[in-house]
Design a protein around this ligand. Sequence first.
Ligand code: C2E
Ligand code: CA
Ligand code: CA
Ligand code: CA
Length: 279
Amino acid sequence: TILMLLGFSLSIALLVWWLLGRPRSMEGELKRALRAREFVPYLQPLVSSIDGKVLGAEVLMRWQHPSSGLVRPDLFIPQAEESGIIVPMTQLLMQTVAQQLSQWQQRLPTGFHIGFNISAVHCRDLSLLAECRAFLDHFPPGQLVLVLELTERELLVATPTTLALFKGLDDMGVLLAIDDFGTGHSSLLYLQQFHVDYLKIDQSFISKIGTESLSEHIVDNVIDLGTRLGLALVAEGVETQAQAEYLRGKGVDYLQGYLFGHPVPLRQFCNERLPQEVT
Ligand code: C2E
Ligand code: CA
Ligand code: CA
Ligand code: CA
């Protein structure tokens, strides 16, 4: 029986080790990738619904893995958020974009928007203020508009720190967008407290335009709400001309989606999508 007990406790120990050890190894892998600078920026254009002009871009993270190739963010962002390593990953991404994009200054239109996705864990202290300042310092004043996208699925708590953070960002001219709008439940008070500038209508609603009357009704309500709040609206996941026309007709100012361009590496985006230098 002693041997059986020993064997039993050994297998329990092994099981615990396996359960706890696995997530740690993912974290270790993310740390290694961070040191090796394997997280790279892809950019997707944001266009005007009126004339299709490229007004900005959203930065989407990709993991350039040495053996697995290009890894999509939904396969590693959740784990990175859980461990908090998303913070240094985002810092690296912002630095990379600042360095690379500042080499294209001649072709960057004034007021070009650059959006980053920011996780709620990143808003727990004021370090983000300095990171945004450092990003903007790479460009002449006013050339770039920095936008931070916060998902509605992760609502922030209005603590003195978060309120000070968003007040500071607002004073700096950094814009705030609520991502995946319509999937959560941000209140009017929430939008005001955090100085929100944009609402990004979730693509699950956009994809239903012209197919299902219920969702179209929800899109209409989201657009109505945003318009009444005086907020700018972005539609994400626009894939068809019919969707674009519907949204333009409803007064949605900005569109994003495969219809206007897939996310591509930063250099390719600049080459293909920025206007030619005026000589
Ligand atoms: P998101 O912020 O809502 O980004 C939009 C996602 O929709 C992107 O997926 C984009 O490639 C995709 N998309 C764009 N246009 C279309 C379209 O017309 N049709 C369809 N079906 N999809 C479209 P991606 O790049 O795989 O990113 C997935 C999510 O991962 C993002 O959703 C965002 O929540 C997260 N993510 C990406 N990069 C970062 C990052 O740097 N930091 C953080 N915290 N999250 C990130
Ligand atoms: Ca986003
Ligand atoms: Ca979204
Ligand atoms: Ca603001």
